[in-house]
Design a protein around this ligand. Structure first.
Ligand SMILES: Cc1ncc(COP(=O)(O)O)c(C=O)c1O
Length: 390
């Protein structure tokens, strides 16, 4: 019971009071953030948005996706991605995951392509790039635009090139659980379609939503603090379980707020260092748990930016039981139910849409996500706790 009084949150947003104070004084944050992102990717057209889902909606509109057009989506994806397709009148069609990387399989996408397919959205879940080369081949072969959902893979590379720069369009998110873990906001970008984003304008955020952001920002140190977090995070996870049901898409389709951009700007500056650390902790998990559990496979040509550490427990171990044991020691982990995006075609809202394969179901009872970004000592203790309970 190493963690009796300690709390290891799944997400570690690491926003301090001093971050908040310095962000409050930052002027022209959206312009600065946009400039920095353009430098990061080496492109000229990054458009900031109020969220990742808003960026996707704009991408779909830009590609003229409208009523009756099909858009192929991964089955293991944030529900808001499906919402963006519905928002423009499109029909979501779900591919399947491959069981090795747990990203969408190109084979299932080829099967799903029809003469109504207007776009393919791929996602690099957990920071692990999908098999991008296969998707770009499909995109060329069938002349269907490829959108990269990089909400979870900011800074990851494939064949030495950033995710987001392989497809026609791409988007990122600055939500609390993302690689640039801010308090919201997103961006759409493209190196293939210059000029595509320039002339679009988004409505400003209403005052109430700005107030919500400030509230969230000020409560972050409390929510994720080592001791206060035990109490507050419990409440938060109960709220967020139902959050998707009460989320209103239109609240997210606004311009980025100054405070969101300020926090994202600050996080972008420390991104390389933070992500290096997360990746080192992922390597430590792999070393310590080698031979005890299974891991997702990662192509040699991929350079992931891990957001959390996914593993597959042995068949005889129940994920819920392991989660409970970890939680008794103060360690927050997640299973597929809490990730909200598992097999989206099973979700009530999407159950009438086609899906091509059910591989995604095979992994469910073994899939466990561990927190990253904590100390070596904590990571070692998490590994011992897992090994003890196998
Ligand atoms: C893979 C993926 N795509 C898209 C989104 C949507 O991003 P946002 O919440 O900024 O709209 C998320 C957020 O959870 C995500 O994880």
């Amino acid at each position: 019971m190493v963690f009796k009084k300690r709390y290891v949150p799944f997400y570690n947003p690491d926003i301090t009071i001093s971050d908040i104070v310095s962000c409050l004084g930052l002027k022209n944050s959206p312009e600065k953030l946009q400039y920095e992102l353009q430098n990061f990717f080496g492109i000229h057209n990054v458009m900031l948005t109020g969220s990742g889902r808003c960026a996707l909606k704009i991408a779909l509109q830009g590609l003229n996706v409208s009523k009756g057009d099909e858009v192929i989506l991964p089955p293991f994806i944030c529900p808001s991605v499906g919402d963006a397709v519905l928002e423009v009148g499109g029909i979501p069609v779900f591919g399947d995951n491959d069981l090795l990387s747990f990203n969408m399989s190109p084979e299932s996408v080829e099967e799903a392509i029809s003469d109504k397919t207007k776009a393919i959205v791929i996602a690099h879940i957990g920071g692990i790039p999908a098999r991008i080369n296969k998707f770009t081949e499909l995109s060329k072969k069938y002349n269907i635009p490829l959108i990269e959902d990089c909400a979870q893979s900011f800074g990851a590379k494939y064949d030495g090139v950033y995710t987001g720069l392989h497809g026609d369009l791409a988007f990122i998110s600055f939500g609390i659980s993302k690689n640039i873990n801010g308090i919201g906001g997103g961006a759409l970008f493209s190196q293939r379609k210059p000029g595509f984003l320039r002339e679009r304008e988004l409505p400003p955020s209403p005052v109430i939503s700005t107030m919500k952001k400030y509230f969230m920002l000020f409560s972050t140190p409390l929510l994720f603090g080592e001791t206060s977090g035990i109490f507050f995070n419990d409440i938060l996870s109960k709220i967020s379980k139902n959050r998707y049901e009460i989320d209103n898409f239109h609240d997210y389709c606004k311009n980025i707020q100054n405070i969101e951009a300020a926090i994202a700007f600050r996080k972008l500056h420390i991104f390389t260092e933070t992500q290096k650390w997360r990746n080192e902790i992922a390597t430590l998990y792999r070393d310590k748990l080698h031979g005890k559990v299974d891991f997702l496979s990662i192509e040699k040509r991929s350079e992931p930016t891990f957001l959390y550490f996914p593993l597959l427990l042995p068949d005889n171990i129940r994920v819920k039981a392991m989660k409970k044991k970890l939680s008794e020691s103060g360690i927050q982990s997640k299973d597929k139910d809490e990730m909200r995006y598992f097999a989206l075609w099973k979700h009530k809202k999407f159950e009438n849409y086609k899906h091509y394969g059910e591989n995604v179901l095979d992994i469910d009872e073994r899939y466990l996500l561990l927190p990253l970004g904590h100390t070596v000592e904590i990571t070692n203790a998490i590994c011992s706790e897992i090994i003890q309970n196998l």
